[in-house]
Design a protein around this ligand. Structure first.
Ligand code: ATP
Ligand code: MG
Length: 266
């Protein structure tokens, strides 16, 4: 199976001194959905930023290692060139323009992609994937629920015609029923387009519902990888990410609570 993305020994520092990634190795197979799990501060978002060219915006730098996309070395490539290559990130925060309507959010992306003349057709395509958005087309994005915003952000990313879609925290802070809906929609997108995806998740259950392969990041390093069916039964994953182990449940709950409180303060 060909890899669309290959990361080798990637090291990233913030502000020249804070080492966030200590030699990350991971791959995304073409046409597959891959997950990246990890606790708070493990380096998941940093990894996605390094791939998608957001890194310069955060005073971060790739110190060592390589990012290869479709065999080409793209280490350190910045926005918007990464988007032109076909790598599109749905970020953790600030996913949508809150003062623009749903339709305008999609239009802005389409026009910036020089597909402006076709934007209505593109918009309709997105509404087929996310019928809920069609009903909300004239509503300001700032008035959408968290789940609806997530759908709009994914819709906006799809307007860019990505070859690799990166999603940072698909399910964080969303009600389970809307998470299920987003999972279903992404499955449909994947079934139709075979779009390669890398999903960063705090919920192993969500990651495993979509991905066929996964990586577990700890303190800036990949500690575990495997097919989803193997990760599902791995004791460490059970303890830390599914909260079903004997000691794991307390850690898992404490971690979830801390993360919730951190987000609530943002
Ligand atoms: N802008 C920044 N400046 C300095 N250090 C940062 C910055 N962003 C992240 N870091 C540090 O880099 C490390 C990795 O952070 P990162 O945000 O990638 O983790 P994460 O796995 O996405 O965590 P979370 O689950 O909380 O989103 C952490 O130690 C974090 O404190
Ligand atoms: Mg993060």
């Amino acid at each position: 199976m060909t890899d669309i993305l290959e990361i080798t020994d990637l090291e990233v520092t913030y502000q020249r001194s804070i080492l966030a990634l200590h030699g990350v190795n991971l791959r995304v197979a073409k046409g597959q959905i891959t997950s990246l799990l990890g606790a708070n501060g493990a380096g998941k978002s940093t990894t996605l930023r390094a791939i998608s060219g957001f890194i310069g915006l955060d005073n971060a730098r790739v110190n060592a290692g390589r990012v290869r996309f479709l065999g080409e070395d793209i280490t350190g490539l910045q926005l918007p060139r990464t988007i032109h290559k076909g790598i599109v990130l749905v970020p953790e925060r600030d996913k949508v323009f809150t003062n623009l309507t749903v339709a305008e959010n999609l239009e802005v992306v389409a026009t910036s992609r020089e597909e402006g003349s076709k934007w209505q057709q593109i918009e309709e395509e997105i509404f087929v994937y996310f019928p809920r958005l069609a009903k909300l087309r004239n509503k300001p994005a700032g008035l959408l629920s968290g789940g609806e915003r997530q759908m709009l952000a994914i819709g906006g990313a799809l307007v860019c015609r990505p070859q690799l879609l990166l999603i940072d925290e698909l399910s964080l802070g969303l009600a389970p029923v809307i998470v299920d809906e987003i999972i279903e929609r992404l499955r449909e997108v994947h079934a139709k387009t075979e779009l390669s995806m890398l999903l960063v998740e705090q919920s192993a259950a969500v990651a495993f519902a979509l991905a066929s392969y996964g990586f577990v990041l700890e303190n800036g390093k990949v500690e575990l990888e495997g097919a989803t069916e193997d990760l599902r039964s791995n004791q460490k994953v059970l303890d830390l990410y599914l909260g079903t182990g004997s000691t794991g449940r307390a850690d898992y709950l404490a971690n979830a609570r801390r993360r919730f409180e951190e987000r609530a303060n943002v």
